[in-house]
Design a protein around this ligand. Structure first.
Ligand code: HEM
Length: 503
């Protein structure tokens, strides 16, 4: 048996599989601490890269090596689409939306979306939506909780805050999920708004249950549950149906308004663009955008405030910087910040980036090889294998960040002249890199073009974009607005939530 099953694959000497069982016996005792376990595995491997084999699944490569990451995300991009392994799992929910698309289907969405993300009008719309959400909901909620001495789940609050924002920007729709009238953060809606509430809840369930499919010890076991329509799969199909029905209604009415609409949201922009998209295609696009901005933003904010709760020194520096910028620009009495002010807050930028280095909202990202290949560190990869880069582990590799890699130290992002200094996106992979880099990141595709040397040629209209860019090319980003909310009126968010943050 041993001879017949002898594996021709070359494994890392520090991460050998068991005969037949592969790495399953190593994975099972660590399945409740996968992120830390994989960090240990990758840190011990000579090139921070290992081959993984779980019986019943295709083998794959895990890496935390920036040279390998650059190779798969940029140099040999065409050989590493998302592929069927990923797409199969999320297809029910995302369809062929940008998050789940490859090839021409991805390119079409990326082209329109990246153009729109760099327009001044969309950026102004984002600022307007986020400011409104902060002033009329978030601050009211936090103030009331603080006055009453209540305990709330801050991650839940941020999730609702992010969902309201991203719905308004993507859909032109306000679900009012962060309702200040509700002390536990749960929206209590009246009759007319019930469908919006159930849409928000259904969206949350659909996202969580779809993600749960990745974590089965027996890969594809969820397909059996889906076939019999039981348990989590039944709940998932119900949630998806609710989301889809609601989205379809909005899309139909938006198409009717097409000629008269002055809406600035992304859906209206896609409807108004020259592409004659089907309702289903538009639905897939919008759902991907909702997913893209919702949990990423709330996860980033939750970890950031959790870290700050134990670092009063960093909190004090952030507040000093905010006060200095405010005093310099327009005194202390006004709330809200514009792009130019945010750009002056280098320490705040560093503090947030450092928190996302250690706790990236998207900790793992995968692609699938189309052809056999050899990565820059010599690791062999075969056709159809998956390849994952592990952003969580990458933020904790001594080879990437030095001996103090596990320390939270915003100063590592500050240049000698006091300004924020970017890192290569192939080393700081929190926002992905290469042509598929996150569109929600400030500087959007531009920062990546600078790092990767890629020009978006066929997908971007350089002239119009240049005209519409602000003088310094800054792009709106929901978390910037959110995280400044607490400093309005001089209040410190961390005094409001001393130690009750749930993450
Ligand atoms: C802290 C906040 C965020 C983080 C850490 C983040 C991270 C990421 C990552 C890792 C990806 C790559 C995903 C993949 O290809 O599998 C991505 C893609 C994307 N992000 Fe973000 N994101 C954030 C916020 C946002 C926001 C607010 C939006 C806008 C609504 C957004 C829009 C997108 C889009 C459209 C893509 C797909 C790009 C493509 O495939 O071409 N992101 N983001």
């Amino acid at each position: 048996i041993w001879k017949r099953t002898k594996d021709p694959i070359v494994y890392s000497p520090t991460f050998k599989p068991y005969p037949l069982a592969g790495h399953l016996p190593r994975y099972l005792p660590n399945r409740n601490r996968v992120a830390d376990w994989l960090t240990e595995v990758l840190a011990a491997a000579p090139t921070n890269t290992v081959v993984l084999r779980i019986p019943g699944d295709v083998p794959g490569v895990l890496t935390a090596n920036p040279a390998n990451v650059e190779y798969i995300l940029r140099t040999n991009f065409d050989n590493y689409p998302k592929g069927g392994r990923f797409s199969d799992i999320v297809h029910d929910f995302l369809g062929i939306g940008i998050f789940n698309a490859d090839g021409e289907t991805w390119r079409v969405q990326r082209k329109t979306a990246s153009f729109e993300f760099n327009t001044r009008s969309l950026r102004s719309f984002v600022v307007q939506c986020v400011n409104q959400e902060i002033q009329t909901r978030l601050i009211l909620l936090l103030e009331r909780v603080s006055t009453n001495g209540q305990v709330i789940d801050l991650q839940d609050v941020f999730e609702r805050f992010a969902f309201d924002n991203v719905c308004k920007v993507s859909f032109g729709l306000d679900p009012n999920y962060l309702n200040p009238e509700s002390t536990d953060g749960l929206a209590q809606h009246n009759n007319g708004e019930n469908s919006r509430t159930s849409f928000s809840e259904a969206f949350r369930n659909a996202a969580n249950l779809s993600a749960g499919r990745f974590w089965y010890a027996i890969p594809r076991f969820w397909k059996i549950k889906k076939f019999f329509n039981v348990g989590s799969e039944r709940r998932l199909s119900e949630s998806i149906a609710t989301v889809h029905n609601f989205a379809d209604q909005v899309i139909r009415s938006r198409k009717k308004e097409k000629q008269t609409s002055q809406n600035h949201d992304l859906l209206s922009r896609f409807v108004a663009s020259s592409g004659n998209y089907s309702d289903k295609f538009l639905r897939d696009i919008v759902i991907s955008f909702l997913l893209a901005g919702r949990e990423t933003t709330s996860s980033a904010l939750s970890w950031f405030f959790w870290i700050l709760s134990s670092r009063p020194d960093v909190e004090a520096k952030i507040l000093d910087e905010i006060h200095a910028v405010r005093a310099k620009n327009r005194g202390t009495e006004k709330c809200g910040y514009d792009f130019e002010e945010l750009k002056e807050m280098h320490y705040l930028h560093a503090a947030l980036t450092e928190s996302m280095r250690l706790y990236p909202p998207v900790p793992v990202n995968s692609a699938q090889a189309l052809k056999d290949d050899v990565l820059p560190d010599g690791t062999q990869i075969k056709n159809n294998w998956f390849i994952s880069y592990n952003a969580y582990a990458m933020g904790r590799m001594e080879a990437n960040w030095g001996k103090d890699c596990r320390e939270y130290r915003p100063e590592r992002w500050i240049h000698a002249d006091g300004t924020f200094q970017q890192e290569s996106p192939y080393k700081f992979t929190t926002f992905h890199a290469g042509p598929m880099m996150c569109l929600g990141k400030e500087n959007g595709v531009h920062s990546d073009e600078v790092h990767s040397g890629i020009h978006f040629g066929p997908f971007c209209d350089g002239d119009r974009r240049k005209k519409e860019m602000s003088p310094k090319g800054y792009v709106a980003h929901a978390p910037h607005e959110g995280r400044l909310a607490g400093s309005c009126e001089g209040k410190k968010l961390l005094e409001v939530f001393p130690s009750h943050l749930c993450v």
